[in-house]
Design a protein around this ligand. Structure first.
Ligand SMILES: [Zn+2]
Length: 94
């Protein structure tokens, strides 16, 4: 059973490799455009443009305090993230 962090990170990395293959400029493993529209999702599925910075735990969700990871625009709806985390069938992220 994968953790939510693993599911999100794998999804994001798959998308990042596609962007890279299409010639987009990358920074720290992710396309520049993602950093321009910096968006995070926490491991329970909240989407936000703000985090609480913690020296020990890194970036934390403003709503629930869970760990956050960067995610790609344009798939930033909480509904999409929640269904992915709940294992519902989704069309493959393009
Ligand atoms: Zn949260």
């Amino acid at each position: 059973m994968k953790t939510n962090t693993e599911i999100l990170t794998e999804w994001m990395n798959r998308k990042a490799s596609k962007w890279k293959a299409n010639g987009f400029k990358m920074f720290m493993g992710y396309p520049d455009a993602w950093w321009d529209r910096w968006t995070v999702v926490c491991t329970t599925g909240h989407v936000s443009n703000m985090v609480v910075k913690s020296e020990v735990h890194g970036s934390l969700c403003m709503e629930c305090g869970c760990k956050c990871v960067i995610i790609a625009p344009p798939r930033t709806s909480e509904r999409f993230i929640m269904s992915m985390l709940n294992g519902k069938r989704l069309r493959p992220a393009s």
